[in-house]
Design a protein around this ligand. Structure first.
Ligand SMILES: *Cc1c(COP(=O)(O)O)cnc(C)c1O
Length: 455
């Protein structure tokens, strides 16, 4: 170990050619899970005192382990929120791995952090956030949301003290969000020992300033340290009425966090940009480039209007860190939960730099086009019916006459035949079918083929 020999050279070539072949595959096999017993049987004991050698381990991965992992970038992987990295982003992930970069501090990773900050700036500009805005790339929306809410509560606590009140503030602190907000918001509240207060939605399933105002008045605005609005709910792509919500947050002085983990990418699409009006007033904002901005796992852009507030909330202090924290430079770890950090924004940066932002606009618009096609196809067919107009690129629909077992059987059959990966979802207790389209390679005929399979 730890030496570059002829054998390492050969392994390096094999790894690079494996990676290139994987990117070249068209179509990539969908693949799918096996049981632990099946994998035990074919993989055997892989870790031994003597080691099996790199070539054998790579072969094992290629022949046994990789086929037991779904290809998230398959054009008919339409479940959850898929991920379809650009070739440039996926390839650059290899470079990031090979480069031993510490992305937590400017001292250690200045060049990487500088590039990441330009990618963050592109997103901040799409959202219309001020020049002062900044943050970092974190693992995913869950950590992004948690980090933003920790900052919001720290800020509320400071204000609580400044107003001459004693103690750490109300018990419990509360967060307001709709039932459509992502599970990670409830999870963050759980971690923070905060209470999640539901905000009712309007007839379009959106939070509005009006419904928020009623909740704030009833709960007492000083107990609510953050409002979480969603721009693109995970299940339906609903965008809250950000402008009226921002107005009410401003009026009550409550932190507005906008969760755009999935839908934030739509800011890059001129055809729907007006639906996000008000996002520019967010105190914090996230978008997951590993969802609809074509970066590999795992990558969430976390932005703050006033980054100093996040720094005050998150900077870890220790004698062994003083050389970093005593400097005025931009240390990404100061803006989130977590210290050690992969420069996980670099694959996105590289792809943006290589392809230009226009290519991103085109790719996002293309997925919207396919989602509109899916809606029209569902409308056209008499055995399926859309549940709610698609806000973005998730399309949820029912197969008339089907119960939960029918959906599951159909979904299992699609995967067994390697024709697609489309798992059911549910809403108000009803099992439903759902397409999440974020892959620009998903085509109209993929949609018709899957709909045909439900006839
Ligand atoms: C996916 C998602 C999250 C969580 O992001 P992870 O990257 O999976 O942690 C949060 N909010 C919304 C709206 C999401 O769609």
């Amino acid at each position: 170990m730890h030496g570059f020999t002829d054998e390492t050279e050969a392994l390096g070539q094999a790894i690079l050619s494996y990676a290139a072949d994987r990117l070249r595959l068209d179509p990539v096999p969908l693949d799918g899970p096996r049981t632990p017993e099946q994998l035990d049987k074919v993989a055997g004991a892989t870790i031994t005192p003597g080691g099996m050698g790199g070539a054998a381990a790579l072969r094992l991965f290629e022949e046994v382990l990789a086929p037991a992992c779904l290809s998230i970038d398959h054009p008919r992987y339409l479940s959850f929120i898929p991920c379809a990295p650009t070739e440039e982003a996926a390839m650059f992930d290899l470079v990031v791995g090979a480069s031993s970069i510490y992305g937590g501090s400017w001292l250690e990773g200045a060049g990487a952090v500088h590039a990441e900050n330009q990618a963050l700036r592109w997103i901040a500009d799409l959202a219309g956030l001020p020049e002062s805005a900044g943050g970092s790339f974190v693992q995913g929306g869950t950590i992004g949301n948690l980090s933003a809410l920790v900052t919001a509560r720290a800020t509320a606590r400071v204000r609580h003290t400044e107003q001459g009140r004693t103690g750490e503030g109300p018990r419990p602190w509360k967060v307001a969000a709709t039932a459509g907000s992502h599970s990670s918001i409830a999870s963050a509240c759980h971690v923070m020992d905060a209470e999640l207060v539901p905000v009712p939605v309007d007839e379009h399933w959106r939070m509005t300033g009006e419904s928020l105002r009623a909740v704030l008045e009833q709960e007492g605005p000083e107990t609510i340290f953050a409002v979480v609005a969603t721009c693109g709910t995970t299940n339906f792509g609903v965008i809250d009425d950000l402008a009226s919500v921002a107005e009410v947050c401003g009026e009550f002085g409550v932190w507005l966090h906008v969760d755009g983990a999935y839908g934030g990418a739509g800011l890059a699409a001129p055809s729907i940009r007006d639906r996000y009006a008000g996002v520019e007033r967010a105190d914090s904002f996230i978008v997951d480039p590993h969802k609809w901005l074509f970066a590999p796992f795992d990558c969430c852009a976390l932005l703050y209007r006033e980054p100093a507030l996040a720094r005050a909330a998150h900077t870890q202090k220790a004698s062994y860190l003083d050389v970093i924290t005593d400097r005025p430079e931009w240390n990404p770890s100061d803006y989130s939960v977590g210290l050690t950090r992969r420069a996980r924004g670099l694959p996105l940066w590289f792809s943006l730099a290589a392809n230009g932002t226009r290519a991103y606009t085109d790719a996002v618009e293309r997925t919207l086009e396919v989602a509109r096609f899916a809606e029209a196809e569902i409308e056209r067919r008499d055995y399926v019916e859309q549940v709610h107009p698609a806000g973005l690129t998730v399309v949820v629909f029912r197969r008339l006459g089907w119960g939960p077992a029918d959906y599951q059987e159909w979904s299992d059959g699609l995967l067994d035949r390697q024709e697609g990966f489309v798992v059911p979802t549910s809403h108000d207790g009803e099992t439903l079918a759902r397409f999440a389209i974020v892959n620009p390679l998903t085509r109209e005929d993929d949609i018709t083929a899957i709909l045909d399979s439900m006839a």
